[in-house]
Ligand binder design. Structure first.
Ligand code: SF4
Ligand code: ZN
Length: 343
């Protein structure tokens, strides 16, 4: 016998909600999903009327659902926001060029302005060129560091007040796990925050309206709404460590679906013992971007690329980085360290 929707008790259930296990019809699922995102936005006071909000759009399922739901809720609840799409073109042939075509279609479908900033124009290097030089080991370090700054630069060009990103509950839980595994206490403290304030000039506040939305539900929502999104993996995706954390999380979820929310909850309620040294946020002496070191990671990585020393910014050797970037003479010990590091 067909199962009835447990919410409207009228229509036939089409799916079992991964988050709650409830059997729902399509309409009741849409409503529940959208309402939960709305509650997240309201409870955390993410937006103020009159604000201009840039939606970080990659063409993937998360950001496509985010753009769709943000537009819908903005109209349904009169948030009074001006929405825009903001995309980063990393310069990855066969991946980002195709996914950006999806974003361009989304722009038409949702009637939102779109701004694309590219690594090539901002840094003079596309990811294709970076991978040619650094290989497939540390490429995601370059890509992640450059993306963070690229989104800020795009947001400043668009004059938006805030950026919202499509990070979902699985992403946040995975990041908590990764930071525990790496012992990165500063990031562990920050990574569950639903929004960040501007930490300095050129750094636009960010928020994650999908923070409590399960990836599986995002996929179902996109599927049943027939949203136009791009689902291919990046061709340079070798991030094995994150991959293990992801598989571990999915295994836990299959035994107990609340594992995802439970890990986020653990991250949110962790408190750091007094006296634990935390990096002090300052600004990069070269480009002015926020940095806890004299030079921001992006400047060190870029300098390494431009000098043909692609391993320069990999690892924590700040004093050495500063000296090299500033053309200061190295001591004998530092020279030998360079050799050991194979920089
Ligand atoms: Fe960039 Fe790595 Fe993501 Fe590909 S997988 S888009 S290289 S961070
Ligand atoms: Zn810098």
């Amino acid at each position: 016998m067909p199962v009835q929707c447990s919410s409207c008790v009228e229509k036939r259930a089409m799916l079992k909600r991964p988050k709650t296990g409830h059997s729902l019809c399509k309409e009741c699922f849409f409503w529940a999903f959208e309402e939960e995102v709305h509650q997240t936005i309201v409870a955390a006071n993410l937006f103020k009327p009159g604000e201009t909000v840039g939606i970080a759009a990659s063409g993937g399922k998360d950001s496509t659902v985010l753009a769709h739901v943000m537009k819908l809720l903005n109209e349904r609840y009169s948030y009074g926001l001006e929405l825009m799409l903001l995309s980063v073109d990393e310069g990855i042939t066969g991946y980002r060029d195709d996914s950006l075509e999806t974003v361009k279609r989304n722009q038409q479908q949702y009637g939102l302005p779109l701004k694309i900033v590219s690594y090539e124009e901002l840094y003079g290097w596309s990811m294709d060129a970076i991978v040619k030089q650094v290989g497939l080991k540390n490429n995601c370090t370059f890509c992640g560091v450059f993306r963070r700054q690229a989104l800020d630069r795009g947001a400043v060009m668009l004059k938006v007040d805030k950026i919202c990103t499509g990070h979902n509950a699985d992403d946040v839980a995975e990041t908590v796990l990764m930071n525990v595994l790496r012992g990165d206490i500063a990031r562990l403290r920050r990574c569950t925050a639903i929004s960040t304030n501007s930490e300095g000039d050129g750094v636009v506040p960010r928020c994650k309206p999908l923070k409590y939305a399960y990836e599986k539900e995002i996929v179902l929502y996109a599927y049943f709404k027939k949203l136009d999104y791009f689902s291919t993996e990046c061709i340079y995706s070798p991030n094995a460590y994150r991959g293990y954390a992801r598989t571990f999380l999915k295994d836990l979820e299959s035994i107990r679906s609340s594992a995802i929310i439970d890990i986020i909850h653990s991250g949110e309620t962790l408190s750091i013992r007094e006296g634990v040294k935390m990096p002090v946020q300052g600004t990069c002496s070269k480009c002015g971007y926020i940095s806890s070191q004299m030079l921001c990671k992006s400047c060190v990585l870029l300098e390494g690329l431009n000098r043909g020393l692609p391993k320069l910014g990999i690892g924590k050797h700040h004093r050495l980085h500063n000296k090299i970037v500033n053309n200061e003479p190295l001591t004998e010990k530092e020279e030998s360290k360079l050799k050991v590091l194979d920089i």
